[in-house]
Design a protein around this ligand. Structure first.
Ligand SMILES: Nc1nc2c(ncn2[C@@H]2O[C@H](COP(=O)(O)OP(=O)(O)OP(=O)(O)O)[C@@H](O)[C@H]2O)c(=O)[nH]1
Ligand SMILES: [Mg+2]
Ligand SMILES: [Zn+2]
Length: 220
């Protein structure tokens, strides 16, 4: 799953990305993130939300698209490009697969929303010197609701934290208010370094995303 967000126009939404990450981790799909339109805004403040994650991040700007680096990740996989309308999914697809001819659209300057230029999902064959893969361009979404998610699958993506969580009480949510959570206790005892603390933050945010899923359909 290649999650596409724009640094600006439309504004990036960390919560949408969190929900895509939860869905990908739950399904055992490797997520990748690309921030487009870095010619319009600095992506660093937005990207700081994802410091604690093992997430391959690309940045892309008009005239400076990282097609070789993204392409290297596409070989041997089927990769679905997801994100809000107007973030530049089809623009990237056209750069990766020059014969794709996907229509690209404008972002409405009043609403800040894309025009839902792509109305259907298409699979296109990607090829470079190393091999081939499939690129799937999808229509932009307004929101992304989560179905059933197993929190154990999210925790498993955080290997070193999962080892500590083996000492948690049965059914522990590992959320910030979880009683006797071994992760929280390890943090309070100062046993986690700065990187692990950042990862614990990310883990708790993703687990909270899942816990909140009942009302996530309304969130942008
Ligand atoms: N400034 C700038 N504009 C970009 C960049 N990437 C894409 N755009 C523009 O953003 C607009 C929307 O791009 P699309 O590729 O149609 O976006 P999309 O994500 O496919 O949108 P939907 O098909 O509606 O979901 C177009 O006008 C693109 O030219 C970029 O890196 N910088
Ligand atoms: Mg499109
Ligand atoms: Zn716990």
């Amino acid at each position: 799953m290649l999650i596409v967000v724009a640094a600006a126009d439309p504004e990036p939404r960390p919560r949408l990305v969190d929900r895509y990450l939860v869905a990908a981790l739950d399904a055992g799909i490797r997520p990748l993130l690309v921030v487009t339109k870095t010619d319009l805004a600095d992506p660093a403040p937005f990207l700081s939300h994802f410091d604690g994650l093992d997430l391959r991040v690309f940045t892309s700007a008009r005239g400076e698209m990282p097609t070789d680096a993204i392409g290297a990740e596409l070989v041997g996989h089927s990769t679905v490009f997801v994100g809000h309308s107007g973030v530049g999914k089809s623009t990237l697809v056209n750069a990766l697969v020059p014969s794709a001819g996907r229509a690209t659209g404008h972002v409405n300057q009043v609403t800040g929303r894309g025009r839902h230029t792509s109305s259907s999902t298409v699979s296109l064959r990607y090829e470079n010197a190393a091999g081939t893969g499939w690129v799937i361009d999808t229509p932009g979404v307004r929101s992304f609701g989560l179905g059933h998610v197993d929190p154990a699958n999210i925790l498993a993506a955080f290997t070193e934290l999962a080892a500590i969580a083996e000492d948690c009480p049965r059914g522990c949510t590992h959320l910030v208010d979880a009683p006797d959570c071994a992760l929280i206790e390890a943090a309070q005892r100062g046993e986690l370094g700065p990187a692990e603390l950042a990862r614990l933050d990310s883990l708790q945010r993703l687990l909270q995303t899942f816990a909140d899923k009942a009302d996530s359909r309304d969130a942008k």
